[in-house]
Design a protein around this ligand. Sequence first.
Ligand code: 9PG
Length: 496
Amino acid sequence: MQTILELEGLSLPAQVESFQPIQGGYILHGNLLALLHPFGYTKFYRHGFHSWSLSCWLDLSSSLEPPVVKSLYPQFDHPALLADYPFTGSGVGALQGSDGRTLLLGALGLDARVKADDQVLRGSAEPVTAPAEWFLAYGEEQAVFVRYAELLKDRLGAPKFTHPWRAQPPRVWCSWYSVFTNISEELIYSTLAGLQGLPFDVFQLDDGWQVSIGDWEANPKFPSGMLALARSIREAGYTPGLWLAPLIVQPKSSLFQNHSDWLLCDGQGQPVPAGHNWSDLFYALDVTLPDVQDWLSEQIQKVVGWGFGYLKLDFLYAAALPGVRHLNLSGETAFRLGLDVIRKAAGDAYLLVCGAPILASLGLADGIRIGPDVAPYWDNPERSQHLHDHTGPSTLNAIRTCLGRLWLRPLVQIDPDVTFFRTRYNLLLPHEMDLLRTLTGITGFRATSDLPFWLDPGERQALHDFLETSPQIERLSYYRFLVAGQEVDFSFVMQL
Ligand code: 9PG
């Protein structure tokens, strides 16, 4: 139907299936919505598909080119969003009004997109039996996102914490941003010894412990096995944490070789490449297959049984890519089914999802990585300027997208990735390190990968203080904060 929606002094001609006013705005229904807006070339809030995908306010008049990506490698954003880049987002989008207020259109379900141009704001959702449900609001930016988050919580839930990390996210030491895949049992033991006295909650092994992507067993660098390793970590006083990418498979794995019928395929029956990493393409599992669900459940119960109480689950977007599935479900809905299987198998273990579709993880994940990887350097111009890709590892990219996703904080613990205390092997300038540390303070999720023997006594003390104290932070506007009495303005980071 065509109608005119009256909203805080705005009259918006609209094409919707139905609408009803609620506190703070309207609930709209429809799989294809269109709203005529009067703002012309204003700013658009783009929300990317998964953890690493670009999320921030952009000028509709800017000519941001799509990232130069091989079509085979959809690891930066959803293929449909890349095809319609950049003024299309996943789940939620918003426009800045002429008076500075925000017009927000947010889906209250999965598999939805919002796009805008200088005249129309559109919502589209993959068809399901009932028309999709949306929230539309006009008001002060933080207020409309807060209301949207409340409605999302009603529909998708919030984590049911049974552990002491409910009030404060765990403080994590993670192996990735120092040694990458070069971890070994020896290095883990020496790091554990070196960290004694530093108040971490979790000691997390990242990528590099497994036989292959698909074969989740200890490789020869861990001769004592994962059960013994987890026991040692626990004896040292930390919750053992482990990285897994349980929804993807690489061709060299025995999982791939023995179960090629478990892969997400295209309409021609060919496996859908889900990205390129570890020197090869990798593929996604069809998580709607009962055998895959049984296998997933077994893998998660196995690692939790080894003693790992914190799981970093990575590259999860793969299971939400377009494809033909055993059950006729669209991508995010299928993915959520898989995450639900994992959630049930994990029991009370903390689940940090990474490279994960955002809305589809709500209510099931305890924490979500909300930006790209940080790096011990500010920018990577080869990638950001020449390839127009703002999802690659860099502190600038991480800060930008994380700041664009702070509205998720009432719904889930938000992980901005690690921060750095070392000056060794680090090109970040002191003020860049400070910005990253401030962001970590804003999210409340504190982590580092610095090896203890890389830190001088002053750096170790700074890390200790960072873990012991939470700075007083007051939000002045979306990108300006008062941190322990000092103003920190991130606005320049947001410019693209
Ligand atoms: C382990 C890492 C770390 C890190 C994750 C994730 O597009 N890519 O090829 C790509 C590779 C790695 C990556 C992100 C993207 O990093 O975010 O914290 O766990 O995997 O391999």
